[in-house]
Design a protein around this ligand. Structure first.
Ligand code: CDP
Length: 295
């Protein structure tokens, strides 16, 4: 009976992960966008800015004259369920298209931020976007998803989870600098008020509140540069991939041993090569450590 091999491949090889998903959650302006963009590029993974999805629902509702409050929950849920959004890197910018229109700037206004945070409290909207987010995440070779509830709700089995935080002063200062750099004239106190309100709404809502997953790695970026954040994240990715490779390699060794034992007791079994060892997968180097190097 073939114990651990199917068609020349060991079970461990067939079970090798084809998907790497990474969750990055945290409050507004904690540095998630920069970190997730750089991590996705570095690991050659797709980037899913889930906040942009909520922003697009708010914008699409506004365009259709649908309010952002709970009395329109069903309509908002339908809008979220039929959302036609795509992301496309343009150099360093992750552009967002809603119905093929570039809405990358429109969805970043203070009004859109407020709308996104309001519609994000509605279970019908969250349920519709859940499927979309999972389908975007589950395309090989995988994706980095940034948001609020990725590690807790959207991808509870993500290979790696980060929870990125920073002090409110630091986060408001970052937002202020961003808007200044974009040629706007922001008011520090207004920004502080808006961010504090959004934090409260995000953390206190009943459905999928902003919360650190038990197995998420906490990074406080208050006194870290963007480079330092990404270095920390990459070190964690390397560590987890090595641990995974080691455990799969150990399984593989066990299975190869089991196959060799089978071969010794059943000469001429279908899985053996002429040397009595199990055959390799077609085209595979057999080096599981190589195959699992993402970084
Ligand atoms: O860029 P910023 O961090 O300010 O916000 P965002 O990530 O674009 O998200 C906009 C709003 O969508 C947030 O205030 C949240 O209320 C909501 N959101 C959410 O509820 N769950 C997510 N996974 C992502 C965003």
């Amino acid at each position: 009976m073939p114990r651990a091999s199917e068609g020349g491949c060991t079970l461990a090889m067939l079970q090798m992960p084809r998907l790497l998903t990474i969750a990055i959650d945290g409050p507004a302006a904690a540095g998630k966008s920069t970190a997730s963009k750089r991590l996705a590029k570095r690991l050659n993974l797709a980037l899913v800015d889930t906040g942009a999805l909520y922003r697009c629902v708010a914008l699409a509702a506004q365009q259709q004259g649908v309010g952002w409050d709970s009395t329109h929950e069903q309509e908002l849920g339908d809008i979220a369920g039929t959302l036609n959004v795509r992301f496309e890197f343009d150099g360093e910018v992750n552009k967002v298209y809603l119905n093929d229109e570039d809405v990358s700037s429109t969805i970043r206004t203070a009004e859109a931020s407020d709308g996104a945070s309001k519609i994000a409290t509605l279970p019908a909207v969250r349920a519709s976007l859940l499927e979309l987010q999972r389908s975007l995440a589950n395309r090989p070779p995988g994706a980095v998803l940034e948001g609020r509830d990725i590690g807790t709700v959207v991808l509870p089995d993500a290979a790696l989870k980060f929870f990125l935080v920073a002090s409110i002063e630091k986060r408001v200062q970052r937002r202020y600098d961003e808007l200044k750099a974009a040629g706007r004239d922001p008011d520090w106190d207004e920004l502080l008020k808006a961010e504090t309100e959004r934090d409260k709404r995000d953390s206190e809502r009943a459905t999928a509140p902003l919360k650190q997953a038990d197995d998420a790695i906490l990074i406080d970026s208050s006194s870290l540069t963007a480079d330092e954040v990404i270095t920390t994240m990459l070190a964690e990715v390397r560590k987890s991939q090595k641990a995974l490779a080691r455990s799969m390699s150990a399984n593989l060794t066990k299975e190869l041993q089991a196959s060799a034992d089978d071969a010794a007791h059943a000469p001429g079994a279908a899985q053996q090569g002429g040397d009595g060892k199990p055959r390799d997968c077609a085209g595979g180097s057999g080096n599981i450590l190589d195959a699992l190097q993402y970084v």
